[in-house]
Design a protein around this ligand. Structure first.
Ligand code: GTP
Ligand code: MG
Length: 237
């Protein structure tokens, strides 16, 4: 069995899925892949089954309804932990994250990082083709979260990650309440706070070429609210 499981959450990604899976197989051929689909109405789940039928490294987890990115990942993590993978990857299905970075990111995890973050907001990181408002929300949101949570991390909302499974196993995943971007913030911050080694690796994030974003005002509001509450609860020295 492979050491690495790449978890790919999907909701209506029928025009993107095959390309990202192909690139993952090209760049990390030894890794297994788990597609977690929330009964996408556009047939992504059927496509995923077809890809899995042709390739024993690919497995599909079908969830019965759309229940958010956070819960899809938690399902994927539990699947990985139960099967003793040593590294677990998070990557979007929409092509925003370039699989060619993965060998380096996995290498950093194998060399002692508990969490490797594909980071847009460090030197060498970049975002391509985002409208100015989206850039502003991500940049300002990350600065706010970093300040409120007294974190050293520059891209707390990044969804491109490699976890050392042992570090994830130490978290109480049943206790994670966040859904959208906030799920990413919560996991990174929990690991940082508990003394785990978090390393940021610069990436170029590219706006999706096909399909529609699932980002909406509620996701930003959730993050803002939770981050503010967590920040205010931190005991000041
Ligand atoms: N299984 C599952 N996957 C989801 C859900 N919401 C989003 N995703 C997937 O999570 C990944 C990130 O979602 P996106 O819509 O690309 O969100 P985003 O990257 O924040 O937004 P954009 O940059 O605008 O694309 C994609 O692969 C989505 O298909 C969900 O509720 N369930
Ligand atoms: Mg996206």
């Amino acid at each position: 069995m492979a050491d690495t499981l790449v978890v790919v959450p999907t909701y209506n990604e029928v025009d993107s899925l095959e390309a990202i899976i192909g690139r993952l197989r090209q760049w990390v051929p030894a890794a297994d892949i788990l597609i977690v689909d929330d009964s996408s109405p556009d047939g992504t789940g059927i496509l995923a089954d077809r890809l899995a039928a042709d390739d024993s490294a690919i497995t599909v987890l079908h969830r019965t309804s759309k229940r958010g990115l956070g819960q899809a990942y938690i399902n994927g993590f539990r699947h990985a932990l139960a099967r003793n993978y040593s590294t677990i990857v998070e990557i979007d299905a929409d092509g925003s994250h370039d699989p060619s970075e993965l060998p380096r990111m996995i290498g950093l995890a194998e060399n002692g990082a508990d969490l490797v973050l594909g980071s847009r907001w460090v030197a060498g990181g970049a975002v391509l083709n985002w409208p100015r408002l989206r850039l502003w929300i991500s940049h300002t949101g990350n600065r706010y979260a970093r300040l409120m949570l007294r974190s050293q991390i520059h891209d707390l909302t990044s969804g491109y990650r490699v976890y050392r499974a042992e570090a994830l196993a130490g978290l109480d995943l049943g206790d994670v309440a966040s859904q959208g971007y906030c799920f990413q913030v919560e996991l990174a911050w929990r690991l940082e706070r508990t003394g785990h080694r978090v390393v940021e690796h610069p990436i170029t994030f590219v706006e999706r070429a096909a399909g529609r974003s699932k980002m909406h005002a509620g996701i930003v509001a959730e993050a803002l609210l939770r981050i503010t509450v967590w920040g205010l609860r931190i005991k000041r020295p």
